[in-house]
Each structure stands twice: as structure tokens, then as C-alpha cells.
Write a protein that binds this ligand. Sequence first.
Ligand code: ZN
Length: 337
Amino acid sequence: MRAAVYKAKGVLKVEDVPDPTVGPRDVLLKVSHCAICGSDLHRYVHGMLRPGAIMGHEYSGTVADTGAEVSEFRLGERVVRSGGRRGPWTDPPPYPPRFSAKERGWLASARPGAYAEYFVTDADLLMRIPDTVSNLEASLVEPLCVGLHAVRTSRIRLGDQALVIGAGPIGLLTQQCAGLAGASQVFVSEVNATRRALAAQLGAEAVFDPSQGSLEEEILRRTAFGVDVAFECAGARSTFHEAVQAVRGAGQVIVVSLSWEPVYCLPVDWVAREVEIKAVYGSRAGEWPIAMGLLERRRVRVQPLISKVIPLEDIQAAFQELLRPGTEWVQAVVAFD
Ligand SMILES: [Zn+2]
């Protein structure tokens, strides 16, 4: 089968690899769509993978084969990744080990991913796609879960003012979830013009370009003391500090982005105002059906985020484009049909 294989830092190559084999509890998927995740871009650009690895974890597809012990899925059914059915649904995911030079391989998943024609996974890690949700939309259920988890972890209440920093796919989904959770106003800060326009289109109260003026001043002009909750979805050097500055005293900063470099922070603005900083990582198993329900009921819009649907052969160029600072792409999805 054809697959996009990680060769070296910044190099993906589409080549023939052996078809995956199916264990007793496995399902073989004919991959329909696989969305390109920001975390894949990080691994690619920082060289945090072993050569030979196949990435891709935001997939949808149809069941092409099942293991001997799988009775819950039939051939041809449309399925998507889920959070799993083992253990309490609120359990945190297994956290990765501490990030250090020695453990740089940790982001390489144990099994090959879905930037490939076929993909094998445990049957417990799949769920059916409702009839009214397309395979393309379903491929974005994983990033939607991340935004959903960020908002459900926050203490956002009806009428609150919120800020989202970074309007990539995660930020735009967090923005929509914050509105659904009761925020009366969601402000968005983003350096990229295309992404600012999309945030406005998706209902942002106001959008700011932080390179053109002080975000803190813009927020203080529109709120009494600052926003109640700020979601840090950018992971740039200055954005952690910007989030702290933008919230009111005893407000909350939810750190969603995984920054791979040291960030700027002035503790006095954080500690002396008792700002609560809370990290979120991934999502909880029980949040996957909630996310799918939001897609099914059209409460969250994922289609406007999808800038490009590309064939697998174009994946290297797509990674490069998504990493270009001024890109007009937001979300790219690999399609196999
Ligand atoms: Zn992802």
C-alpha cells in the first residue's frame, strides 16, 4: 500500500510499504480521510520521530477487515477514531513521559498511523460515524475533542467573556465550544489574516492582530478588568504571557498549546493577581461521543476550517505550506478516494 513515511527532519516520502496485519481485536480500515494535525507538523519540523514512522491520527474510513474476536463492526461500516471504551470515561489518557533529550522518541506512536491507504487499530478505539456526518467532517472529531476538553476543563459560566489566542484549527474549535458553553463574548487574537477572518466569520466578538498593538490594552478597553478565561492555543514565545495579562484577577488561563520552546513569563503579573493556570492535554474518552453529537446536530462548524483536501502524494508540499507563516491554509485533510 501507499503511505507517507517520515524519513528525516522535514522529509516525508510517499512510498510502497507492506500492508498492515490484523490481530484478533483489531480492525483494518480503508482510510477515507486523515487530517493534518499541528502536532504532526511539530514532530516533522523538530525531527521528533524515528525514521520509518508513519504519522496520522485524525482519520476516518471504512471497515475493510476485522480480527477473529471483533463482533461489533461489520465490513463496509463508516468509522472514526474514538477515545476508547475501557475504564471510566473521565480517566485521563496515559500521559507521555517527561520530555527530555533521552525520550525524544515518545511522540512516535507504537503503531503506524493513517497517512496510508490502510490502517489497523484496536476495535475499542473506534466509533461509528452518524449518517448525517461526512467522512471528511468526522476526520476532525479529534481536534474538536481537544477544544471541547479545554472548555469543559475551564470554569466558564453563562455570560463570561473569553479570549482565544491562536486561531488555528484547535483555537477555532475552542472558540466555538466556548460560545456553546455560555460565553457572551469570545475575543480572538491571531497574527495570520486568513485565520482572523475565519474567527470573525465563526462568531468572534472582535479579532486582534497582536503584532499591531497591545492585546492587553484591547482587552481592557472591552472588559471591566480582563476576560474571565483565556485559552492559550498558539504556543508562541509571547502568548503565554499575553494570556496571563488578558485575564482578570483570579481569572483562568487554560493552556492548550504544546510549546516546544521556552516561553516568556513575568510571574508577578500571574502570582500577584492569583491567576489560575491550568494545562489540558488531549481529551477524555467520554468527550468523543459528545464531540460527535455536536457535529451531528450542527452545533459546531468544521467545514469552514478545511482549506484544502489533498491527495496523499501532495503531503510533503502540504506540510511545508502549513508551516509557512503567512499561509492562507488553516486545516488540510488528506483524502484517499
Ligand atoms: Zn491531532
